[in-house]
Design a protein around this ligand. Sequence first.
Ligand SMILES: Nc1ncnc2c1ncn2[C@@H]1O[C@H](COP(=O)(O)OP(=O)(O)OP(=O)(O)O)[C@@H](O)[C@H]1O
Ligand SMILES: [Mg+2]
Length: 312
Amino acid sequence: MQEKEILLSVRNLDVNFGTKRKPFHAVKNVSFDIYRGETFGLVGESGSGKTTIGRAILRINSTSGGEIIYKGEKISGKISKTLDQKVISEIQMIFQDPMSSLNERAKVDYIVSEGTYNTKKGISAKERKNLVDEALLDVGLLPDFASRFPHEFSGGQRQRIGIARALIMEPEFIVADEPISALDVSIRAQVLNLMSKLQKERGLTYLFIAHDLSVMRFISDRIAVISKGQLVELAPCEELFKNPLHPYTKALLSVVPQPDPENERNKKILIYDPSEHDYENDPPSWMEVTPGHYVQANEKEKEKYLKELVLD
Ligand SMILES: Nc1ncnc2c1ncn2[C@@H]1O[C@H](COP(=O)(O)OP(=O)(O)OP(=O)(O)O)[C@@H](O)[C@H]1O
Ligand SMILES: [Mg+2]
C-alpha cells in the first residue's frame, strides 16, 4: 500500500482565551494528522473547541502552545509573508451559518471574488468575472446570480455561494465548519454531495466539523472526538462506530437516529459524566489501542477498553 502523505499536522495545540492571569483553556494539547485527500471529521458538543481549532489552522486564532504544520512547514506563530500568502490561498474555510457569513451589502460577484483581490492582483476585471462565473457553475449556480445580493437566495444557495468563495482560491485544504447544520434537512444531502463531488474532482482535503455523529459516517474517513478542548478518541470511521471506547464517544453515538423504528424506540441515550474518571490517582494518556485507533485513558480504563474491543 502506498504510504499516506500527511498534509496537515496539529501538534500539542493549546489555545487560550481570557487574560494571562485568568486564562480560559479552549483547546488543550490536541494532536492529529490529516492525510492528503481524506475527510477528517472533528465532532464534539457545542463549546468543545472545534471552531477554535479550525480558526487556529487558518491563523485567525493565535495559538498558545504547540504547533501546526502544513506540507512540512510550521504555519502557526510568526511566519514569513510568503508562507502567509500560501496559507491564505491554499487553506479555505466554509462557515456554519450561510445566513450570517455572507456580507449582506455586497453582491455575490464581490463576495465570491474577494479573496482573489489578494492572491490574483494583476488580473483584469474580465478575467476576474470569468473566475466568478466558473466558481458559480462549479457549485451548481447560474453566473447570472453574480449581480444579486445574498438576501435573494435560500439557505442552500447561500451555502453554495460560500463554497464558491472558497473554490475560487483553488484551495488544497478546506475547513468546513458545520457546513450543513443550519440548512433544511431536505437540502443537506445536496450540499454534502456537492462537497464530495468537488473533493473527488480536485483531490481536496477536508477537516469537517460537526456536533453530532450522524452525518459523519457518510463523509468521514477518520473521526476525532473532542470534549472540553481535549481529544478523547480518534479512529477510522467504521472502527469508531464498531468499537467506541470512550464514554463520551458512546454518549454521542447513543443519540444518532436509528433508521429502524423499533431500534429507535428502544434506544437508550447515554449521558457522559466526566466525574466517572478517576484521573487524580491514575492520570490519562493518549494511547493507541489498535492501529490507528486512539483513546484517552488511564491504566485502569485501558484494561477495560482492551477487553471490550471487538476484533475481526
Ligand atoms: N474569541 C474568543 N474569546 C473568548 N472565548 C472564546 C473565543 N472563541 C471561542 N471562545 C470560547 O472557547 C470555547 C470553544 O469555542 P468554539 O467556538 O471553538 O466551540 P465549538 O466546539 O466550535 O462550539 P459550537 O459547536 O457551538 O460551534 C467556548 O467556551 C467559547 O466560548
Ligand atoms: Mg463552532
